[in-house]
Design a protein around this ligand. Sequence first.
Ligand SMILES: NC(=O)c1ccc[n+]([C@@H]2O[C@H](COP(=O)([O-])OP(=O)(O)OC[C@H]3O[C@@H](n4cnc5c(N)ncnc54)[C@H](O)[C@@H]3O)[C@@H](O)[C@H]2O)c1
Length: 334
Amino acid sequence: MSESMRVLVTGGAGYIGSQTAKALAEAGFEPVVLDDFSSGHRWAAKWGKLVEGSVSDAVLLRKTFRESRARSVIHFAGVIQVGESMRDPHKYFQINTVGTMALLEAMREAGARNIVFSSSAAIYGNPIKVSIPEDHPALPVSPYGESKLMVERLLQWYGVAYGLQWMALRYFNACGADPEAGLGEAHHPESHLIPLVIAATLGQRSNVEVYGTDYPTPDGTAIRDYIHVVDLAEAHVKALRHLRDGGESCALNLGTGSGHSVREVMAAVARASGHRSVPSRDVPRREGDPASLVADASRARRVLDWIPQHSSIDEIVASAWKWHAEKQRLESRD
Ligand SMILES: NC(=O)c1ccc[n+]([C@@H]2O[C@H](COP(=O)([O-])OP(=O)(O)OC[C@H]3O[C@@H](n4cnc5c(N)ncnc54)[C@H](O)[C@@H]3O)[C@@H](O)[C@H]2O)c1
C-alpha cells in the first residue's frame, strides 16, 4: 500500500469514525485508527491498524506519524455532549480545542498537510433563518459549539501561515446504522433522538421525552435535519480526495436540506418496528433548543459532488431499528 493512501482517523472507534474507516478501506485507502476508547467501542474498530491513546499525547502522535507515514488526517476524536459542556466547559475546550492543537502541531512536524475535521451545526447557535448556509453568523450557545468553532479558526490560521489544507464538515444530525457491517450508534449516555425513540419502542426505557410541543412548527415539535451516517462517511472520502487533488480549503454543511419533526421521527420508528405508537411523554422545551435546524446543503453538493443516497427518514430509521433490535437480541442471549 502506498504511504500516501494511509489516513490517520482519530476517533475511528466511534460512531461516525468507524463508519468512515470502513468507507476509506472500501475506497482503497488504508485507515490508521487512533482512539482512546473514552466513548468508542472495540467492536467498531474493525478497519485498519489500531493505535490506542489520546490525540493530546504529543509523543504518541509523533510516533504514530513516524511509523504510519500517514500524510492525511480525518479528525473525529472529541467529546460530544452539549449538556455536559454547559456544566464542564473546561473538559470541552481541553479535549476538543487544545487536543486538536496538539494534533495540528504533530501534523506540522510530520509534514502532514491535509485534515478533514468533524465540525457541527452547533457552531451557528440560534439560527436567524430557516435554511442555514455556511456564511450564517457563527454564534454558538454552548461550550461544545464554541470548542468546534475555535478549531475552525485554528484551521484557517494554520492554512494561512503553514499551508495546511483543511475541510471543516459541519454535520447536522448524524443517524442511521449499517447493520450488515455491525455498525451503529451506541453513545453512553445517549442524547440523540432516534436511538432514544428506538430504546423506548424496544422497552429499554419507559418512554421518550418530547421536549417542547408548542414550537411554531406544523405539529408543534422541533425540526431537525437528519443525515445517514453512511452518507456522512461518503462525504469524508470525497473531502479527502478533494484536498489531495489540491481543492480549496473550506467549511461545508452536511445535511439533506429538509427537516423532520420529533413526531415525524416517532411515526417513522412506529412504521419500521411495526408498533402502533411509541411510548412518549410531553415535557417543556429545553433552553437553547431552536424550533428548527435545517442545512442549506448546496455548497457540499457543488464542491464535493455529494448527494445523500440513504437519508430518507424511513431508510435512516429502518437501518437504525434493525441494528438496535439485533443488538438487543444478541445481548439477551448472552
Ligand atoms: N453524532 C452527531 O450527530 C454529530 C454531529 C455533529 C458533530 N459531530 C462530531 O463528530 C465527531 C464524532 O462524533 P460521534 O457521534 O461519532 O461520537 P463518538 O463519541 O461515537 O466518537 C468519538 C470518538 O472519539 C474518541 N475520543 C474522544 N476523545 C478522544 C481523545 N482525546 N483522543 C482519542 N480519541 C478520543 C472516542 O473514544 C470515540 O471513539 C465528534 O467530534 C462530534 O463532535 C457529531
